[in-house]
Structures are given as structure tokens and as C-alpha cells.
Design a protein around this ligand. Structure first.
Ligand code: AHG
Ligand code: MN
Ligand code: MN
Length: 352
């Protein structure tokens, strides 16, 4: 009797990150394979950070380094580790000409000993730091630009390549180190999710072409800041909390405190995430280049929307690398509702 074929557990889709991107990129006449290579290298960095995040509870990587970063926040060891892991994974590949990180004051040049490539990256190496010690989901956010500064391919990248509108991005990636590690990327043509199978160290396609529903059922905001909010912002939250069967309200409140996790839920299920400006921080807390713009690129690629309260996030000209911006992001219908209320409140305030 023929030997039964051992049942080898195949991944759900069996399509690896590299195979998926290669096949997608084949559809673009201008594809050179470099974007594919970049996403694969980012996936490698994600696997290394995953290993440290998984160990975080076991070794003394928790707790603070006692250093303060450019944002004036205590730098947790995992922030630094993630920052250095991403720089080291990419700086020698010949794919990148310059980077900037939430954890670095200025731009991060590619050392002369390494070849330089055509991509410029803005990234938040570890988003949701306040959740590191509570084992809640944290993540990495990356915005990808193509070099525009003079000197041609292989030359040094500069601030000019990074300090640009989000609409000039050619890609975005985020990773969530949660119950499993997932990597989500977009090249502007659809948003695709991959899940890490740690037993083989591969990312497998878990959802292709994610679309944000036109409206959701949750709003996501830190209501603890209510005392500092404008009257307009309070009206927005009151709107989502009000009972109105016709528009499926009240919405539920979900807030994890890690933007990348709150955004991922919003991307998959719809709804709205808000981090408004307030009396303490008129420009809000989130960074335009490292958080808002990459996720706005992702949201718009999935049929959603992202504004600062009045202007599309992707249309904002950054004043400096660590530019902060209010953020309203998610289902197009819910973002539109927020924008209408904010505009009317401002007009009313203006009249008064
Ligand atoms: P980071 O850890 O990169 O500094 O980002 C933290 C951000 C974001 O992840 C989250 O949405 C927000 O901070 C939470 O801020 P509050 O604790 O003020 O709600
Ligand atoms: Mn962050
Ligand atoms: Mn961070």
C-alpha cells in the first residue's frame, strides 16, 4: 500500500510576501524589483524586532534607557532597538539614500561605505511605546518616497527627499507586533496584509486588497482629553455617541493607545480614529511624517480618508521633520461627518 503522504501543514494562502509582491510588480512596466526588495528587507527587520518584542517580558529590555528623545519623551529600550534594527537592515542594501526616524533629531545619512539607492524613508520605529510594558499591541510605521534631490541615482539623499507632502509617497508599510506579527503594505494600488508564521519565519498573505467600509460602528479617541478639547471637537464626539437608528449610532468606543493598532482595526472594520489638537497641544500629538502621512496613504489606498480637521493629511506641507498634526482617519463617511461638524462649529464660532 502506497505510503500516505505526510500531512505537511501548508499556510492558509501559501503565498509568501516576496512571491506576492514580485507577481504584483510584474504588472507594472516600470518595476525594477527594487520596491519588492525594499519591502522584503523591511519584513526582515520586522522579524528581528518581533523576536525582541516576544522576549521583552523575559529579559531586561523593558523599562527605560533614562534617555529623552527629540519629542521630549522617555525612550524605552525597545524604541532604540527597533530604530537601530531598521537602519541596519536597510542602510547597506543600495535601496535607500536617506532616512528619518521619530527617534532621530535630524536625517539619517547612508554611510559612504554603503551604496545609495532611490528610496527615502520616514519611520516611527516603535509606535505605542506606552504599551510596551503592558503587552498590548505595538508597531512600526514607514512612509516611502522616491529620491528627488539633485545628484541622480546613487548620490546622497537629503532633507529635501523626506520633508515632502504625503501625496508624494510611493508606498507605506506598517507592522503590528500583537498576538501575531502582521505586515501591511500599499504601493498605492491596494492594501495587502501578511501574517508571520514564526515556525518558518515567513510572512504569508492573509488579506488581499483591503477596503475600508464607507462607514463603521466605532469611534476611537482618548476621551481623557475632553477638558482640553475645543467645543467643535466635543460636538464631533457627541455626534458619534448620540442615538440615531438611521445612522447606526451610537458608535462603540475603542481605544488601544497604539495608533497602529487603532488604525488597523479601523482599516479592517471601518469607523474613525481621532487625535485632535487641544488647548495643551494645538497641533495634536502625532507626527505628520512618521505616523499621519504613511497611514493616510494607506487609508486612501483602501478607499478611506484622512484629514487634520479641515485639510487632507496628504496635502499638508511639513514645516520640519518632527511636524505634528491633528488626525481624523478612517471610513470616508465618518471622516466626512467629523469634517462637517468641525467646519460648521468653526463658522458658528466665527459668526459669534
Ligand atoms: P509613540 O509610541 O510612537 O510615541 O506613539 C504613541 C502615540 C500613538 O501610538 C497613540 O495613538 C497615541 O500616542 C496615544 O496617545 P495618548 O496616550 O495621549 O492617548
Ligand atoms: Mn508613534
Ligand atoms: Mn514611536
Amino acid at each position: 500500500m502506497a505510503q500516505a503522504t505526510p500531512s505537511v501543514p501548508m499556510p492558509k494562502s501559501g503565498i509568501t510576501l516576496s512571491r506576492f509582491i514580485r507577481e504584483k510588480q510584474k504588472g507594472y512596466s516600470t518595476a525594477t524589483g527594487e520596491f519588492t526588495g525594499l519591502i522584503i528587507e523591511i519584513g526582515h527587520a520586522a522579524r528581528i524586532i518581533t523576536r525582541e518584542v516576544r522576549k521583552a517580558g523575559l529579559v531586561d529590555i523593558l523599562g527605560l534607557t533614562g534617555k529623552i528623545n527629540v519629542q521630549g519623551e522617555e525612550v524605552q529600550k525597545l524604541d532604540e532597538f527597533a530604530h537601530h534594527t531598521i537602519v541596519r537592515a536597510l542602510d547597506h542594501t543600495g535601496l535607500v539614500c536617506v532616512m528619518a526616524s521619530e527617534e532621530s533629531d535630524g536625517v539619517i545619512p547612508i554611510p559612504d561605505r554603503h551604496p545609495r539607492g532611490k528610496y527615502a524613508l520616514n519611520f516611527d520605529p516603535l509606535d505605542g511605546s506606552s504599551n510596551i510594558d503592558t503587552n498590548a499591541s505595538i508597531g512600526t510605521i514607514i512612509g516611502i518616497h522616491r529620491k528627488v534631490s539633485p545628484g541622480g541615482l546613487g548620490s546622497v539623499g537629503t532633507r529635501e527627499d523626506l520633508l515632502r507632502k504625503g501625496s508624494e509617497q510611493i508606498g507605506a508599510v506598517y507592522i503590528i507586533y500583537g498576538s501575531s506579527t502582521i505586515l501591511v503594505y500599499s504601493d498605492g494600488h491596494g492594501v495587502h496584509e501578511f501574517t508571520l508564521d514564526p515556525s518558518v519565519g515567513e510572512f504569508y498573505l492573509s488579506q488581499e486588497d483591503i477596503r475600508i467600509p464607507p462607514r463603521g460602528k466605532t469611534y476611537s479617541v482618548n476621551e481623557g482629553n475632553w477638558a482640553y478639547w475645543s467645543d467643535a471637537q466635543r460636538r464631533v464626539v457627541d455626534y458619534f455617541k448620540a442615538e440615531d437608528k438611521a445612522s447606526d449610532r451610537p458608535y462603540g468606543l475603542r481605544y488601544i493607545g497604539s495608533l497602529v493598532a487603532d488604525f488597523h482595526r479601523t482599516l479592517k472594520k471601518g469607523g474613525i480614529f481621532m487625535y485632535p489638537g487641544d488647548r495643551k497641544n494645538p497641533q495634536g500629538k502625532l507626527r505628520l511624517l512618521f505616523e499621519c502621512a504613511p497611514l493616510a496613504f494607506m487609508a486612501q489606498s483602501a478607499g478611506g480618508a484622512a484629514i487634520d480637521g479641515s485639510t487632507p493629511i496628504l496635502g499638508i506641507e511639513p514645516a520640519e521633520l518632527h511636524h505634528r498634526s491633528p488626525l481624523y482617519i478612517g471610513s470616508a463617511g465618518d471622516v466626512r461627518s467629523a469634517e462637517t461638524i468641525l467646519t460648521e462649529a468653526r463658522a458658528g464660532a466665527h459668526v459669534a
